[in-house]
Design a protein around this ligand. Structure first.
Ligand code: ADP
Ligand code: MG
Length: 446
């Protein structure tokens, strides 16, 4: 099947030929015809499978083929969880709308608000935004969404994880009319928060699911190594970087402090590493990403701020220095490699502190994972035993027993947990905490 068979406008076909995209990917084959018909879509497919074009092409088709509802309001809004991803979607849009009157504005946090107000005054047809900042503009009345034709949520589940539900609902309310088309995309769309918001925002959506989110990504070789402690992790990382034939690497850590520490250590050994974290100002973030994209740095050390969506061709390896807090982030992190049919390697270091997270990943992937070792660096740690389940006596205590209880001395304080077990739950790790909708300060990842 060719792009020609999907009902796309010839002007778009020409552009795709020019961009040297010859065949649609699976998700594009499935989502584009439905998108073009104006139907709501809830779509998932693996990382790197071309979801961006799967929503941008129907959006562009609408520009070519139908009249706007109003002259003033944006016609298409695309929301993404991070500024970096918004920039990337914006760049992809620019390859499609160059030379057309269908201009776009990038509206993300961390950039000058008033400059964005001016941009919005030019009545762009596309707005690519992070939800926090777009909601601020609605509040400020610098834009209106009454005439919005298409609302697209890329990585919808992550926006909910980051606590943007209120902003998403605010944007939905501002554009809540019968003729709006809504599309949600992610590699992981099965969690309950998504189902709930999807049922509010989507109208009889077509569910498109190419593979299952837990399905093994055949272009990515996954390895897991057990580690005893931080020094052991460090030694393994050194060895990996020494022996693997990498092009560019993304290393994920649990916290921003770990990111900084690790970057410093790598640079001391002249490994050309750079750190990216959510608390940097946007100018720094932009500079780092563009340098990394231009291959000025070989290693990007970061947190889950970079786990979603980023498409950097030369990333051959992903290393989880720490396991991710939410199991689905594992799928997204490793998905920074092995994109668009290329091969990639993912290596995860699993220490005692990572054990719970590792087990969650294993459960999420619905498979039993085995470990590999590096000669000379085998450790002692072999995993933790699950805590024995407590048995609760559900029987009602008899009156006599209750009396007994009253007269008894206070029972001894609960036995303290084994220290090692406690340690395993320290900072950065989780005992799988169900995702709460914690509001995130708009300055961090809006
Ligand atoms: P996803 O959002 O599914 O993770 P992206 O939309 O970021 O994936 O696309 C991944 C890469 O694949 C990008 O570099 C993109 O340019 C490329 N790509 C998209 N569609 C095609 C296609 N039909 N043929 C070849 N490459 C494609
Ligand atoms: Mg994507």
């Amino acid at each position: 099947m060719q792009f020609n068979d999907l009902g796309l406008d010839q002007r778009l076909i020409k552009k795709l030929n020019h961009l040297a995209f010859d065949k649609p990917t699976e998700i594009q084959k499935a989502a584009i015809p439905v998108g073009i018909l104006g139907k709501d879509v809830l779509a998932s497919s693996k990382t790197g499978s071309g979801k961006t074009l799967a929503f941008l092409l129907p959006a562009m088709q609408r520009m070519y083929r139908s009249k706007p509802f109003t002259r003033r309001d944006p016609r298409v809004v695309v929301l993404t969880p991070t500024r970096e991803l918004a920039k990337q979607v914006f760049a992809q849009l620019r390859t499609l709308n160059a030379g057309t009157p269908y201009d776009g504005a990038l509206i993300v946090g961390g950039e000058n608000f008033n400059d964005q107000v001016k941009e919005l005054r030019k009545d762009p047809m596309f707005v690519i935004a992070t939800p926090g900042r777009l909601a601020d503009h609605l509040e400020h009345r610098s834009t209106y969404l009454d005439g919005l034709e298409m609302l697209i949520l890329d990585e919808a589940d992550r926006m909910l994880d980051l606590g943007f539900e209120a902003q998403l609902r605010r944007i939905h309310e501002a554009a809540n009319h019968r003729r709006r088309q809504t599309m949600m995309f992610s590699a992981t769309l099965d969690h309950t928060d998504v189902v709930s918001i999807a049922s509010d925002m989507l109208n009889a959506p077509k569910r498109i699911s190419i593979g299952h989110s837990a399905e093994e990504h055949t272009d990515i070789t996954q390895r897991f190594l057990l580690c005893d402690h931080l020094d052991h992790k460090q030694a393994l990382l050194d060895k990996i970087l020494e022996t693997e034939n990498y092009n560019q690497v993304i290393i994920f850590t649990a916290t921003r402090a770990d990111t900084d520490r690790l970057t410093k250590e790598l640079n001391e050994r002249k490994l050309k590493a750079v750190a990216l974290s959510g608390d940097m100002n946007q100018t720094q973030r932009n500079a780092i990403m563009s340098q990394f994209e231009r291959d000025c740095h070989k290693i990007l050390v970061t947190t889950d701020v970079a786990s979603r969506g980023l498409d950097i061709e030369k990333v051959s390896h992903v290393i989880n220095f720490d396991m991710p807090k939410h199991a689905e982030e594992y799928v997204h992190r490793i998905g920074r490699t092995g994109r668009a049919g290329n091969k990639g390697d993912a290596i995860s270091l699993v220490g005692p502190k990572d054990w719970k997270s590792f087990k969650n990943v294993e459960a999420f992937l619905q498979q039993s994972i085995s470990f590999t070792t590096i000669e000379g660096l085998e450790g002692k740690f072999k995993g933790l035993k699950p805590a024995p389940k407590k048995k609760f006596a559900k029987k009602k205590p008899t009156a006599a027993k209750q009396q007994d209880k009253k007269t008894q001395a206070k029972p001894q304080a609960k036995k303290k947990m084994d220290k090692r077990f406690y340690d395993n739950m320290a900072v950065g790790d989780n005992v799988f905490i169900p995702k709460k909708k914690k509001p995130v300060s708009p300055s961090s990842e809006d």
